[in-house]
Design a protein around this ligand. Sequence first.
Ligand code: ATP
Ligand code: ZN
Length: 283
Amino acid sequence: MKTLKIAIQKSGRLNEKSVELLKNCGLSFENYKSSLISSVSNFPLEILFLRDDDIPEYVQDGIADIGIVGENVIAEKGVEVSFLQHLGFGKCTLKLAVKNSSEIENVKDLEGKAIATSYPVILKQFLNQNQVTADIRTISGSVEISPGLGLSDAIFDIVSTGGTLKSNGLKPFIDVMSSQAILIGRKGSENNELIQELIQRIQSVLRARETKYVVLNAEIKNLDEIVKLLPGVKSPTIVPLAEEGWVAIHTVISERDFWEKINLLKSAGAQGIVVMPIEKIIF
Ligand code: ATP
Ligand code: ZN
């Protein structure tokens, strides 16, 4: 079968997590910082290391079959690619922000104002939807310093923690788009068998990350109450302990309701609770 090509970011915020995800999918490859291309030894796949801005077009044009990139970049480039899978990392929000002292309070106040951004396409769409006309100033970096320099009245930029805004005397006032890393493919590529296999591997890794393997001991008299608290993949495994009247219960629970469940289990009589990470979950 033809070797697939996947494009990932060469260096930057998405690089490390993209490499880690592929490795967790059982793919074996060298990750030399200097190389542009790396072959996977145990799957017909080549990895291309690129600037994130180039990935959408490379995938659209078929130079790469699939790619990992932020949703924000896809929206900005307006390319024709297929969405294949959310990946759960690289989370951020595109926000409008103004100086702390600014009188701009809502989107209509932006009429006729200067807004600095590296995302003119997404911003223009948002302003059009709100029937606001503003002077969009496209700059490629350090957008957050422009209001302080008197170059703009507002900015439209990526925010994750908000620390950069704060240290530049800015306050966010509208969230326009939230974004995370996604797997994209050339149009129609979702029907490719190798791509399907890769998506399945990715999904099993993502599911496992959201879930913990839990083992706990309980007296048989408390078993029913404890089992009621455990959703599990199907139903929990119950193994007798050497000590008469006691069992060990094995199950998986989601990271989300982990603490809540642990406390309820303790109150119901669970003891010696051991929680372990899971590598993969395959249905
Ligand atoms: P490249 O050299 O590949 O062009 P870049 O400087 O454009 O890199 P990065 O800053 O590495 O890009 O960000 C890559 C992606 O990470 C963004 O497009 C966005 O989807 C995501 N991201 C998550 N949090 C942030 C953040 N706080 N600031 C910027 N990008 C973020
Ligand atoms: Zn970039």
